[in-house]
Design a protein around this ligand. Sequence first.
Ligand code: UDP
Ligand code: MG
Length: 316
Amino acid sequence: MAETPELSVVVPVFNEAAVLPELQRRLSTVLAECAPAHEIVFVDDGSSDESPAILLAASDADPKIRVLRFSRNFGHQAAVTAGIEHAAGAAIVIIDADLQDPPEVIPDLLAEWRAGSQVVSAVRSVREGESPIRLALIRIFYQLIRRMSSVDLTPDVGDFRLIDRRVADALNRLPERNRYVRGLVRWVGFKHSEVRYRRAGRFAGQTKYPYTKLIQLALDGMTSFSAVPLQLVTYLGFAVSALSLGLVGFALISRLAGGQAPAGWTSVFVAVAFLAGVQLVAIGILGAYVTRIFDEVKGRPLYIVASDSKQDPSPR
Ligand code: UDP
Ligand code: MG
């Protein structure tokens, strides 16, 4: 791989042994045809199965394949970020390992790029093999984030896309650690276009995004692109204060008018409980932002590369 490749394909991998051979077969068929000068950058995100062995064997056999291995699991977004940072191509395609993003769409992405687009997103027209509850939650999240922030995100665009070298350079300059890559790609701008495709179910294996990771991703997306939760809490605070002032006024007036103050502890109890709830929510939301600030201030690297097949060809 002497000269710079035209296309880099970045594949985050976490325990995907069951799909890797099929992925490799389909990827190389497609790439041989549409972009002979390419490299494939597999980022092994601390897999505990056979994935690293399969990848290293592949990179030994094929100089176009590069394998970065993380020292542990750092998460999908960190793996995508590492892939983009290490890719050399004039164009970079980010694709999931599980074949939910069909490699056969890559030629369409390339065609758009060659026609002058700098970001080409693959838009899912159909999503097969995902639970209705999961899809409903994902839809609600995107509704929320669209209302609350200025970045235009839709539920039908994931991380499957092509970005131009210039976009990659811009992304690499962004210092933040809690990465929500699809939001950042929107944020950096450049000329966008879209290609539609059918999203298949997973080829094999289980999703590596349990609800806990999905919620974490949603929180990252929300807090890095919107301060609306903080503002909402402030408004709520004002509203509750106004309400309690109103109650005081009501009590005074009824006392002066009839001599009989509203009796009973129920109202007091409800008010106290309500206020406590509001305050806890407010503290929680503040905490979410403070945590992010704390993460950024610590300045720890986003990921740690344990080995790179390009630098030391046979790490075992
Ligand atoms: N992945 C990763 N690190 C993780 C979780 C997932 O690199 O901690 C990879 C995974 O191997 C796959 C992609 O990210 O290539 C998307 O994950 P998955 O298909 O499990 O998510 P889903 O499609 O179910 O949302
Ligand atoms: Mg998947």
